[in-house]
Design a protein around this ligand. Sequence first.
Ligand code: DCM
Length: 138
Amino acid sequence: MSERIVVVGAALVDDGRLLAARRSAPVELAGRWELPGGKVEPGESADAALVRELREELGVDAEAGGRVPGEWPLKSPYVLHVWTARLRPGSAAPEPLEDHDELRWLGPGEIWDVHWLDQDVPAVRQTLAHLGAAGGLT
Ligand code: DCM
């Protein structure tokens, strides 16, 4: 039995909109949209991984909020966790630096306008319920 490895996805919210990122690689995921993020490294905390991945992938200075309850299976041994995140004051605007070729800020009525990765769909649904309850995206 191998250990499961956590992939953290960011529900990055700014001005009442949620950031979606379109993957450019690998080929089987290219063109589909995700909550940006990546693998937690050994010895790294989930929130530190989130901040690191957002800096590497999007060039932003972000801070993690709280974890969205739930866990979604990815290709074994990975599981997806979602954390809310926001840009710190003075952060650059996100840009698709690696792994992505397009970004979109989705308003409340636009969340389902993009073709999310299958495995991200339940995570996004749960994220909206969580953010809505917190008044974050209504
Ligand atoms: N992944 C996913 N949904 C996300 C983020 C990542 O399904 N919101 C998957 C894609 C990869 C793996 O997790 O198979 C690791 O992601 P990355 O390649 O970005 O490190």
